[in-house]
Design a protein. Structure first.
Length: 65
C-alpha cells in the first residue's frame, strides 16, 4: 500500500486543493474568520490562508492508478 500526503503531490495539484480548501473554509467559517481578523488586527486573507492549510490535514487522498 502507498501512503501519500499533501507534500507528496505536484504543484498544480497542491494549488487546486488549496483553492478548494480556501473556498470550503470561507463558506463554512467566513464570518467568524473575518471577525477574528478584525479583532486581532490581522489581514483576513492571511488568516484564511492559514486555516485553509490546516484544513488540508483533514482531507483523505484517494488516487486511481
Amino acid at each position: 500500500m502507498i501512503y501519500l500526503n499533501y507534500n507528496n503531490l505536484d504543484g498544480e495539484t497542491k494549488e487546486q486543493l488549496l483553492k478548494q480548501s480556501r473556498k470550503e473554509i470561507e463558506d463554512k467559517h467566513g464570518n467568524e474568520l473575518h471577525m477574528y481578523a478584525v479583532n486581532s488586527q490581522k489581514d483576513y486573507d492571511v488568516v484564511l490562508e492559514e486555516e485553509a492549510i490546516r484544513n488540508l490535514s483533514n482531507y483523505k487522498f484517494i488516487f486511481n492508478i
